[in-house]
Design a protein. Sequence first.
Length: 222
Amino acid sequence: MTIWFQHKNSVLVCLNAGYEYRYARILRKDWSAVRLRSTGVFTRRATSASADMVADADLSARSDDMAELKIENVQDYPRPPALEPVPQVLTIRLGEKIAARTHSAYRVLETHHAPTYYLPPEDVQATLRPAQGASFCEWKGAARYYDVICGGVTAPRAAWAYDQPTPRFAAITGFLAFYAQAMEACFVGDMQVTPQPGDFYGGWVTPNLRGTPKGARGTLHW
């Protein structure tokens, strides 16, 4: 389905493709993501009801056309990891509310891991509050963590982001990944995910995956 809208600066944008959709969001001054660098809190500001309606209609219309998840074996994923755009709509729920919903996510594919999904901050409706602690990935760099607050529920240290990732992963600068076990529910398209085993890795396991994702006892050395 193709949807057109008139930008307030008279820029006409088509929303029927993923890259054009991201470009449209950048152009739309009336629907923007605000990062308050002084506090590190992400929020979403909507000053145009019509813009939100267009965006929601676009995501809903495209949900019927999402590519099916193909069969993949986590042992066949590459190392160093690969980064690729996600064709499906991702939805995260917390506190009986939509904490995030996007058609502009990326996923990281690494040997023995379930895919890790990264969402653009402008598509996160939840409030993200800086949390203590950090971690370092040999491939992506240093990560910082956030408490996720949505629908009156606080999920501590449930999301993370790379503010200055390595060049290979520059596309996910500032994007957010969420621990599925800390959320009410996470979906890739219409499929609800289960968390990657263990309490450290944040991969999302979908029914199309084969093989054994690491994380459980006895697999951390893989």
